[in-house]
Ligand binder design. Structure first.
Ligand code: MF3
Ligand code: CO
Ligand code: CO
Length: 247
């Protein structure tokens, strides 16, 4: 959506803040021995407390309050009996709805001790996000965001998962425009003032090829290499974007 009133900005700020704070709270639960289902129960409790709902459940019938993806799982992991272990890379991706507004953010949490590759991958993903943020302003094109991410990822020797992109958001989860993590000359839509989008680099150690697992939800790397994800929802302005999902 594109924001046209103070009221819309207020609604989005409110839902965004809940996402940011919830992720910070949930990240503290990530430790060896906890199941992804237990983290999901905690997420559902936070949503209830905040008068919010799981947007993936609402929009797509996703079976959970939060997407939790481990190691070679890139996104859309379904919470359940899986036990988190030392060395795991845990991606928490939370999208919620309140009062008709939606916001989406994701973090990657390392469960020590993790491999050097894992740590470098997470740092690269955060760097790629910050570089992309630097070009996200009114008048720039969505593929410039893609170029910023891709440049940073190439420099580190990792790969972008090209099938998975950022997106417009606000009234539902996935709205136009698509916000790629690579340069595509044809994706030349310009960012405009008030536009609400996510920037979400999805990066793999290996080739970046992916497939959907037999559960119909979990997207994994084909070569089983580690993947990391970092995401915020923001409002485009003539200046730096307004981060809605910062805690
Ligand atoms: N949070 C995801 C995103 O960043 C959307 C998840 S919707 C699901 O785009 F239903 F696929 F889980
Ligand atoms: Co997300
Ligand atoms: Co998203």
């Amino acid at each position: 959506m594109s924001i046209t009133s103070e009221e819309e900005l207020r609604g989005l700020r409110a839902v965004g803040r809940i996402v940011g704070r919830a992720l910070r709270e949930l990240a503290k639960l990530v430790r060896p021995g906890i199941t992804t289902g237990e983290i999901d129960v905690a997420a559902a409790g936070i949503l209830l407390r905040e008068g919010a709902r799981s947007a993936p459940a609402l929009v797509y019938g996703f079976p959970g309050a939060i997407c939790i993806s481990l190691n070679d799982e890139i996104v859309h992991g379904v919470p359940g009996a899986r036990v988190i272990r030392e060395g795991d890379l845990v991606k928490l991706d939370l999208t919620i709805e309140r009062d008709g507004f939606m916001a989406d953010a994701a973090i990657t949490v390392c469960v020590p001790p993790v491999s050097d590759d894992a740590r470098r991958l997470v740092r690269c993903t955060e760097r790629a996000f910050r570089k992309a943020l630097g070009v996200a302003r009114a008048g720039r094109r969505v593929n410039e965001i893609g170029r910023a991410v891709e440049d940073e990822v190439r420099r580190s020797g990792f790969s972008v998962v090209k099938e998975l992109c950022g997106h417009g958001i606000g009234r539902t989860i996935h709205e136009p425009p698509t916000v790629p993590n690579f340069f595509d000359a044809e994706m030349d839509q310009r960012l405009t003032e008030g536009l609400v989008i996510t920037i979400e680099p999805l990066i793999a150690v290996g080739s970046g090829q992916e497939f959907t697992a037999r559960d119909g939800w979990t997207v994994k790397t084909r070569d089983r290499s580690l993947a990391a994800h970092f995401e915020h929802t923001m409002v485009i302005t003539r200046d730096a974007p307004i981060l809605l999902t910062a805690a």
